[in-house]
Ligand binder design. Structure first.
Ligand SMILES: NC(=O)c1ccc[n+]([C@@H]2O[C@H](COP(=O)([O-])OP(=O)(O)OC[C@H]3O[C@@H](n4cnc5c(N)ncnc54)[C@H](O)[C@@H]3O)[C@@H](O)[C@H]2O)c1
Length: 248
């Protein structure tokens, strides 16, 4: 395997499961040193120990500024500097917009959108000082098209796309900020998107769930690993859709 991450310090949020775990494993396989951050400490540990000496496990909530600062501080201390941030942590569920608890709406925004920003906010000072770095955020096809029962999730992922573009206009390559927009991916989160009772499955038709099988997390890791590498040093503000053609 190419060693595109040799000598690099990397932090991956949501590294305890699904896409985040696949990204952490891929980057380590390409020579990177990886801080595996997750809300669930045991899962962060499991990913880090599967990787071995090149990884450290960190637990923390990306929507909490103090915890974000502590995690980025620990990762920076472990590796000397952070070259790449992969923002993968996220939550979601299907809820009818006329009955959803407003607190749930706010929680999804807090983790998916504010959490993504807080991680950027925490790593950017050292990237700005060094004049280089890569940030890869996680949007979704739900950020580029409507999805039923997903007001908060769609709003958060649309927000991640605009956050990514805003940062890309504020900083210049080789300090690059891009995002991956996955379609369906076979992870625990994917299984949580269950239509509400009586919900019409036909509303999901345009998401082509019946026609396009979900991808494996490792398939998504290909796009993340490219965007975080020097090979993508002329790309910034790009939203790379990896969805098996759902949105085409
Ligand atoms: N699975 C899909 O079909 C799909 C599609 C489009 C986008 N996405 C996005 O991909 C990303 C990864 O999702 P996944 O499918 O791998 O889900 P997953 O549930 O397998 O993994 C998400 C991880 O994020 C962690 N996490 C949740 N809240 C956190 C917080 N506040 N702080 C730190 N860590 C937290 C979880 O503990 C979990 O380990 C998410 O942003 C999700 O919205 C997933």
């Amino acid at each position: 395997m190419d060693q595109r991450y040799a000598g690099k310090g990397v932090i991956v949020t949501g590294a305890g499961s699904g896409i985040g775990r696949a990204v952490a494993e891929r980057v380590a396989a390409e020579g990177g040193r990886v801080a595996c951050l997750d809300l669930v400490a045991d899962n962060a540990e499991a990913t880090a120990s599967a990787i071995g000496d090149a990884a450290v496990a960190l637990s923390g909530d990306v929507s909490d500024w103090a915890q974000v600062q502590a995690a980025v501080g620990a990762a920076t201390e472990a590796f000397g500097a952070l070259d790449v941030l992969f923002n993968v942590a996220g939550i979601g569920a299907f809820d009818e917009s006329h009955t959803v608890d407003p607190a749930k709406f706010e929680k999804i925004l807090a983790v998916n959108l504010t959490g993504t920003f807080l991680m950027c906010r925490a790593v950017l000072p050292q990237m700005v000082e060094r004049g280089r770095g890569a940030i890869v955020n996680t949007a979704s096809t739900a950020g580029v098209m409507g999805q039923p029962w997903s007001a908060a999730y769609c709003a958060s992922k649309g927000g991640v796309i605009q956050l990514t573009k805003a940062l890309a206009t504020e900083y210049d390559p080789p300090l690059c900020v891009n995002a991956v927009a996955p379609g369906g991916v076979e992870t625990p989160l994917y299984g949580q998107f269950i239509p509400p009772e009586g919900g019409d499955w036909n509303r999901l038709k345009k998401m082509s769930r019946d026609n396009v099988p979900p991808a494996a997390p490792a398939t998504l890791a290909n796009a993340y690993a490219f965007l975080g590498s020097d090979e993508a040093s002329y790309m910034t503000g790009s939203i790379v859709v990896v969805d098996g053609g759902i949105t085409c």
